[in-house]
Design a protein around this ligand. Sequence first.
Ligand SMILES: Nc1ncnc2c1ncn2[C@@H]1O[C@H](COP(=O)(O)OP(=O)(O)OP(=O)(O)O)[C@@H](O)[C@H]1O
Length: 267
Amino acid sequence: MNAAAAMQQERPSIVFDRVGQVFTSSDGSEVVALENTSFEIQRHEFIAVIGPSGCGKSTLLRILAGLVRPTHGQVEIYGLPVTEPREEIGIVFQKPTLLPWLSIRDNLTFPMRHKYGRVSPQEVERGEELLEMVGLGNFAGKRPDELSGGMQQRAAIARALLHDPEILLMDEPFSALDALTRDELSLELLNIWTQRPKTVFFITHSIPEALLLADRILVMSARPGRVREIIDVDLPRPRSLETLTEPRFNELANHIRRQVFSRHVGL
Ligand SMILES: Nc1ncnc2c1ncn2[C@@H]1O[C@H](COP(=O)(O)OP(=O)(O)OP(=O)(O)O)[C@@H](O)[C@H]1O
């Protein structure tokens, strides 16, 4: 690698620079959702975001996705301010939002078809590979209502990965699932991230999930949301369910719990 390429690699992928967001509610009052939020994310880093309900986590994600313009500060991806949705981003929301009248296969390629009017044979092939990868190889021809919630969410993950995004944004993607499916999908996500590294911005309410997956955890304060602490997750990789039993895992979990709940229980 030459020096210029090495420098490019070392530059953060994403920079939040003093980002603030004030919403005007339907009754005309102002809601300060985010205040003076600054942090950086390195290329291919897995960042989990955790914090009390309403502290602005989804707002951060929507700003990063280019779906909302911040009222203060700015976000940069690869040195360019985010002003609209960008090609290199894939998004997975809490609900799978699949189109009920299309097969799983056609749901995967729908965004491409909608945007470009066509889907290439390579994309169709990649869709089939991704469905295999998320364990839905035998369900490509089924409609969403023929699949369980966990299977639908797998399909939504495969859909977000179809254009092989450099950056994956996930807003509580597993929160509607039962605990077992949740663990299974977390491990699958780790596997996908290891095979095809990406920068991941992952919102969760689950401290164990954040610790299992992330390189760093951004802990936010209650509204108005600010960065309270950024924690390096120094648990070795590869991680597995065994990781959840390590003493260091418990130490980190207790620390985060105190950070998130201190305001509520006077810790
Ligand atoms: N479009 C909007 N108009 C007005 N207020 C909004 C809007 N979007 C978000 N808010 C407010 O901004 C604050 C932050 O919302 P946000 O959804 O980002 O929080 P969150 O941390 O993701 O919450 P949760 O964990 O409950 O999903 C909340 O008080 C919310 O009511």
